[in-house]
Ligand binder design. Structure first.
Ligand SMILES: Nc1ncnc2c1ncn2[C@@H]1O[C@H](COP(=O)(O)OP(=O)(O)OP(=O)(O)O)[C@@H](O)[C@H]1O
Ligand SMILES: [Mg+2]
Length: 234
């Protein structure tokens, strides 16, 4: 589904990602773990055409998307819920979902899809006419994920979807992500700061440190390793 091969990328001449390769299949959740500044966001930005690619390639279903613009990448089936500014605060919940579906033009199915999304997230359905800025942190993060789903993606990129949430709201959201990937049969690349929470729902994980993959494996095998060991290899 998504394949990253020997990727070197960053911002302008600055290099952040130093030779990352990974593969994500349909119906899989891959958690990207790692300390602050490791390059997790930059990796997602690279897939989405926002960072500067120095070398290497990114493929979606065998099609090379390296160097394409975000607008083209969305059309090919990748959706991104960024770490910051992931909803429009002055638009209502429902308007945010319509904006999320913008690339689909006048697709008559948008309305129906919004109702389906509301079934998945009843918490925000109740708030559909409320401005996004009035939502709680948890509701806002749900809206961010819901908005990203409105493009009907094959691959969903989520950057710290549980940031700032209580442990309970965080796990609820992550379980919801798992439910979504199962019902919609999509692949999810999720950056998570909370390792335990990520490993509970992920199928596999890659630890990114200093722009390199330090280790990768099934979520199951990482569950028993302490974070210090996981991130710093000691
Ligand atoms: N737009 C940018 N322009 C220049 N440098 C950037 C930019 N964004 C990030 N960087 C730098 O790239 C490096 C990696 O940042 P990145 O945001 O990818 O880390 P991260 O793993 O997502 O960290 P965090 O866990 O804090 O979100 C950092 O040294 C950062 O200062
Ligand atoms: Mg980040």
């Amino acid at each position: 589904m998504l394949k990253i091969s020997e990727l070197y990328s960053g911002y302008g001449k600055m290099r952040v990602i130093q030779g990352v390769s990974l593969e994500l299949s349909k119906g899989e959740i891959l958690a990207i773990l790692g300390p602050n500044g490791a390059g997790k966001t930059t990796l997602l930005n690279s897939v989405f055409g926002i960072a500067t690619i120095h070398s290497g390639d990114i493929y979606l279903d065998g099609t090379k998307i390296t160097g394409k613009k975000p607008s083209e990448i969305v059309k090919l089936g990748v959706s991104y819920s960024p770490q910051l500014d992931n909803v429009f605060p002055n638009l209502t919940v429902e308007e945010n979902l319509y904006v999320g579906a913008f690339i689909r033009g006048r697709d008559p199915k948008i309305k129906e899809d919004i109702e389906n999304i509301f079934e998945l997230f009843p918490e925000i359905k109740r708030r559909r006419h409320q401005k996004a800025k009035t939502l709680s942190g948890g509701e806002r993060q749900m809206l961010a994920v819901a908005r990203a789903l409105m493009t009907n993606p094959k691959v969903l990129l989520l950057d710290e979807p549980t940031a700032g949430l209580s442990p309970k709201a965080g796990i609820t959201l992550m379980r919801k992500v798992r439910e979504i990937k199962e019902t919609m049969n999509i692949a999810v690349l999720v950056v998570e700061q909370n390792v335990a929470r990520a490993l509970e729902v992920a199928d596999k994980a890659s630890v990114l440190v200093g722009g390199r993959i330090l280790r990768e494996g099934s979520a199951e095998e990482f569950r028993h390793i302490e974070i210090e060991k996981l991130f710093f290899g000691k």
